[in-house]
Design a protein around this ligand. Structure first.
Ligand code: ZN
Length: 146
């Protein structure tokens, strides 16, 4: 999920919350003979007062109603953060040049990539990873994604 996809998904939930509120508001209103919608004064006073109260000073019941709204968007944010974390790890992995795994043994350079040769000693051609190496697969994934 890209950042603009995240914004679209959150905006979709935001719109749904607004639409739900408007439905509720209109259900509490009256219509006069000129087909004008009227919000009863006691509700106007109640909502005005509520709107002026900072979240921290709301009643537990009012706070819970706001938390229930957050519960609609939290899974989307969680998914985005998880994906970003995985992407950051893949980017780190993709930077694993074979030369980093090079060591000199008896005058020879040995390339011992833990992903090309887990537990063994693979000697990639002049520091190149095997095509199936995780480093190469991470690089390909990121290339295809960009
Ligand atoms: Zn490798």
């Amino acid at each position: 999920m890209t950042k603009s996809e995240l914004i679209e998904r959150l905006a979709d939930k935001e719109h749904a919350g607004w639409a739900h509120w408007m439905d509720y508001l209109f259900s509490k209103c009256l219509m006069n003979d000129r087909r004008e919608v009227i919000i009863p004064l006691p509700l106007v006073e109640r909502w005005r007062k509520q709107a002026e109260i900072p979240y921290t000073q709301l009643s537990e019941r009012e706070k819970q109603s706001d938390r229930d709204e957050v519960a609609h968007i939290l899974p989307i944010i969680d998914e985005y953060v998880r994906n970003e974390t995985i992407l950051a790890m893949l980017k780190e992995l993709a930077q694993g040049e074979a030369v980093r795994y090079a060591s000199e043994v008896d005058g020879d350079i040995l390339y011992d990539c833990p992903f090309c040769s887990p537990g063994g000693q693979y000697e990639p051609n002049e520091g190149q990873h095997e095509p199936t190496c995780l480093v190469i697969r991470a690089q390909q994934f990121l290339k295809e994604r960009s």
